[in-house]
Design a protein around this ligand. Structure first.
Ligand SMILES: CC(C)(COP(=O)(O)OP(=O)(O)OC[C@H]1O[C@@H](n2cnc3c(N)ncnc32)[C@H](O)[C@@H]1OP(=O)(O)O)[C@@H](O)C(=O)NCCC(=O)NCCS
Length: 165
């Protein structure tokens, strides 16, 4: 029988496995990452976070945090995104991100933003934001701040500092 991954929302019971995956995927520097800083003080189980399960094992996790940008709600910060190191390159990352974007759109978010590699995230429609429009707490290479509209033209509504909603 062909088995496939299941993508579903994160639950409290996934948290130990996600923490262990983050340690393997990102190493000790992970708590300094921008997504961690913005999430500080927010819950680890948010409605738009997703995990991928293959044969009862968690193989990938995507965290998503509703944020305000310059005080305006309606943006979803994606990240961290982590795929089990031994399972990289099997499209789990792509499928998780595509599903998270679909669900965020259905839930009424107007844009998704993240800090990441344009060569990877470009395939999902993420593009670098115009310099100076959106900034993050702490040092971030502005070329790595990427946004993807969920509602057409929505990017124009958002400018300012990113903070947990
Ligand atoms: C980056 C990551 C999420 C990608 O997930 P994945 O399941 O391995 O990737 P997929 O199988 O969906 O996609 C593979 C494709 O993405 C490309 N790719 C992977 N990482 C890339 C990067 N950083 N830049 C450009 N392309 C990248 C691969 O070359 C491959 O290309 P192809 O489709 O042309 O063959 C995963 O490798 C990972 O967890 N890495 C460590 C943690 C990390 O860097 N997370 C992202 C920052 S939050």
């Amino acid at each position: 029988m062909h088995s496939d991954i299941e993508i579903r929302p994160v639950t409290e019971r996934d948290l130990p496995a996600i923490a262990a995956l983050h340690a393997r995927a990102f190493g000790p520097g992970r708590f300094a990452r921008t997504a961690y800083r913005i999430r500080e003080g927010t819950t680890d189980v948010t409605p738009n976070s997703r995990v991928a399960i293959f044969e009862n094992a968690l193989v990938a996790a995507l965290h998503a945090t509703p944020v305000r940008i310059g005080g305006t709600p309606g943006a979803l910060l994606i990240g961290p995104v982590a795929v089990e190191p031994a399972e990289k390159g099997k499209k789990y990352g792509q499928r998780l991100i595509a599903r998270a974007l679909e669900d965020a759109d259905a839930d009424g978010f107007r844009i998704a933003i993240l800090v990441g590699d344009e060569p990877y995230y470009g395939r999902f429609g993420f593009t670098p934001i115009q310099p100076g429009r959106i900034w993050m707490p702490g040092p971030v290479d502005p070329r790595r701040i990427l946004a993807r509209e969920l509602a057409e033209g929505a990017l124009a509504e958002f400018t300012g500092l990113v903070a947990a909603a």
